[in-house]
Design a binder for this molecule. Sequence first.
Ligand code: CA2
Length: 150
Amino acid sequence: MATTYVVNGPNLNLLGTREPDVYGQATLADVEKLCRATADRFGWAIEFRQSNHEGELVDWIHEAARAGAVGIVLNAGAYTHTSVAIHDAIAAIKLPVIEVHISNVFAREQMRHHSYVAPVAKASLCGFGIAGYALAINGLAAMTGAAAKS
Ligand code: CA2
C-alpha cells in the first residue's frame, strides 16, 4: 500500500495542552486521526511520527525515501527556522516534501519568517490550523495523480 510519512518536530507532542490561542485545542492524536482519515480517501497508509530530536527527524526523512513513500508532510516545528541538517536531508532525497505549519508563521515573530525547509519543499502552507495537514495530503495526492476512492 502506498504510504505517506507525516513527520512532526519538537514540542508538537504538547499540542492541545498549552497555547490554544496559537495552536488550537486539538492534540497530536487528533492530527494523526485526521491524517489517517484523509489518506484513507486515496487508499494510502500513514507513517505518523513526532520527535524532539533533530537527528531523528533527519533519519526519518532518509527512511521515507528508502521505504519508497509517496511523499512527506513535514512540520519541522522550530527546526524549520534553524536546521541546515533538515534542509540537506530533504535536498538529498527525491520525494516531494510538503511543509506545514499550524500557525501563520508570517504573522508571528521575525525569527519564524525564515524557513530552511521552504527552498527544498515542493509546497508550503501555514495558518490553516491542523486542517493544514489534510490540505497537504490532498495536495500530495493531486501532485502525484492519486485518485480518491469512490
Ligand atoms: O505553527 C507551527 O506549526 C510551528 O511549526 C510550530 C512550532 C513553531 O516553533 C513554528 O515556528 C511554527 C512550535 C511547536 C510547538 O507546539 C506547541 C504546542 C502546544 C504548546 C506549546 C508548543
